[in-house]
Design a protein around this ligand. Structure first.
Ligand SMILES: [Zn+2]
Length: 73
């Protein structure tokens, strides 16, 4: 089973995000229901992190560029 690389961008100043796991989206589409979103938290001092969706697919979350410098005071 080859998983696609997933990258989700969150806004520069967001700490919480909701993302769609495309692996789950495919599974859910096949099963006829929708539960492919998951939520997470990316603290402001982090510019990227790995998250697992509720089924355990890995999703890389990256903070959108900009605005890191002016929050690091
Ligand atoms: Zn998933």
């Amino acid at each position: 089973m080859t998983l696609r690389k997933q990258v989700v961008l969150v806004p520069a100043r967001a700490t919480f995000f909701t993302a769609v796991c495309i692996e789950c989206a495919d599974l859910d589409a096949a099963a006829g229901y929708s539960g492919s979103t998951f939520a997470g938290r990316l603290d402001l001092d982090l510019d990227h992190a790995m998250f697992l969706c509720r089924r355990g697919h890995s999703v890389r979350v990256e903070r959108a560029a900009a605005a890191r410098a002016d929050t690091a005071a």
